[in-house]
Design a protein. Structure first.
Length: 139
């Protein structure tokens, strides 16, 4: 069983993600946080296998949270789920140690697949990455 922690400031989205992931037989949502600081506390207390986090959140951004997790709780792997599809955000996510990056408009099955791949030691990146040569990759 893969233990998953969710960090998402929008309650409706957080609940929907939890409900979707709970349908997967091999995934267990062990907690959900409305902001980055609350998520960090849960990472420390629960020791999830995978943290799924939004980028823009109050009190601590998803990118700052991912960096903190990579430095202080490296056993937890990070998947970022966001509306921001610009290459600069993806590049920053890579720099801070995220192992996955998906857009919120991706099919629901992509998130479960990303969690499984990241948990197994791989990565899962949004479709269309890396950008084609000559394409803009800035936020």
């Amino acid at each position: 069983m893969i233990r998953v922690l969710l960090a998402e400031d929008q309650a409706l989205v957080r609940g929907a993600l939890s409900a979707l992931l709970s349908l997967e037989e091999d995934l267990e949502v062990v907690g959900a946080a409305p902001d980055g600081e609350a998520a960090w506390a849960l990472v420390q207390n629960l020791g999830p296998d995978v943290l799924v986090t939004d980028i823009e959140m109050p009190r601590l951004s998803g990118l700052d949270l991912a960096a903190r997790v990579a430095q202080q709780a490296p056993q937890t792997r990070v998947v970022i789920v966001t509306t921001f599809g610009r290459g600069g955000y993806l590049r920053r996510a890579l720099e801070v140690g995220a192992r996955g990056y998906l857009l919120k408009d991706a099919p629901a099955s992509d998130l479960a697949d990303a969690i499984r791949r990241v948990h197994a030691g791989g990565g899962r990146w949004t479709r269309g990455w890396p950008p084609k040569p000559g394409a803009s990759a800035t936020p």
